[in-house]
Design a protein around this ligand. Sequence first.
Ligand SMILES: NC(=O)c1ccc[n+]([C@@H]2O[C@H](COP(=O)([O-])OP(=O)(O)OC[C@H]3O[C@@H](n4cnc5c(N)ncnc54)[C@H](O)[C@@H]3O)[C@@H](O)[C@H]2O)c1
Length: 263
Amino acid sequence: MIGVTGTLEGRRAIVTGGARGIGAAAARRFCEAGAQVVLADRDQDGVSAAAAALRAAGFQAHARAADVTDEAALGRVIDEAAELLGGLDLVLANAGVLTVNPLADLSLAEFEHTMRVNVFGTFLTFKHALGHLKAAGGGALLCTTSQAGVRGYREMSAYCASKFAVVGLVESLALELASDGIRVCAVAPGITQTEMYRELVRERARLWRLDSEAAQARLQETIPLGRPATPEEVADAFVYLASPAAAYVSGIALVIDGGELSG
Ligand SMILES: NC(=O)c1ccc[n+]([C@@H]2O[C@H](COP(=O)([O-])OP(=O)(O)OC[C@H]3O[C@@H](n4cnc5c(N)ncnc54)[C@H](O)[C@@H]3O)[C@@H](O)[C@H]2O)c1
């Protein structure tokens, strides 16, 4: 862990997809750096447990159930978060879903769901948080894209299209919101040890007709550092982007991929 104590002192954050994986790790890192956090997720039990674990560790954390594709419910949860925390200045739109299928088998419903969660969910989170950030005099809108938002991958056209779209949101909104004191950035993780990675391994094993171990080995052979990221390693990038150390950083997707994209 990087030395983060106090880096985000007094910051008021909401993290979507906060029940587990990268979102839960980012929420913990934000708390460790001094922020108060509302975790939002469609998984009500999971998000309650994640917030309870943070409170048990002495942090200020609250849970709210929210599906990021439901604009009215999401808007209410963001307003509630601002009320609970006395404002909002840090937003992490992280909720996401994975889709792996070749074009011939990819249904419109799958494509649409991927775009709804990954793109529309990010757009709606940013849109409904904007007024609160402006009221706070500025802040940071952060989101999770992927190395699949930087280059294409076979059988991942829907997921890649959604993650490229997120980078388009980031680059455009960084220009649009700079004069409001709002920085807009993404983190682009490579494969990271979460439930989504386990799903990727299952899907790759199915498509490559390999067992799970062989599929994992093939997924990892192109990573110079030789292993997936931990959720905490990705979370540290969010702490950096949220912190005063990144005061001059906006409009970027910070790649955390063990060197894979350089090869
Ligand atoms: N794990 C990886 O290898 C990897 C790599 C690159 C990018 N990402 C991205 O990181 C983000 C977090 O993924 P993760 O790896 O922690 O996966 P995960 O599946 O462990 O967690 C995703 C979380 O998002 C929540 N969620 C999904 N749909 C939602 C919706 N409609 N409304 C609210 N919450 C919803 C889930 O309930 C879950 O808690 C995603 O955007 C994902 O695309 C993951």
